[in-house]
Design a protein around this ligand. Sequence first.
Ligand code: FES
Length: 157
Amino acid sequence: MNDDLESKIQAAIHDPQNLGEMADADAVGTVGSENCGDMLRMWVKFKEENGRKTIDRATFQTFGCQTAIAVASVATELIRGKTPEEALTLSGSELAASLGELPPMKIHCAQLVEGALKNALRGNSPAASGPTNSPSLLDQIHAPRSVKIKLHDSQSQ
Ligand code: FES
């Protein structure tokens, strides 16, 4: 990772913007990364202006790496004032653009942010909550899970 990118990520994680749950959110989206197992949740609040629906604000929580935090921080600022349709067109790289170009091994961190945003904008209302959309990401991490255990042949008689 180059020094400029590293310093921008450090700056973002020392003062992350829009971190935390949003009680009055209109939409929420959660994704987990297949690459690293990290998770990110994003809450979105809309507003209507002159008959145009735009993103008023967005917040996030994550059990993700520093890059995911930094990208979510700049992305939640970037999408403010955009229509949901405009925000849906943004790729992870575009959401992270103000940090600089991410190295290949960190691209999935930005895709985690993109995925949570798209999940929220595609109509995941907090009212439709199940375990996936519980108020806190922490709740979900600690919620009982159904785990499929594969038994070895010697034990499966
Ligand atoms: Fe998985 Fe960054 S390493 S989100």
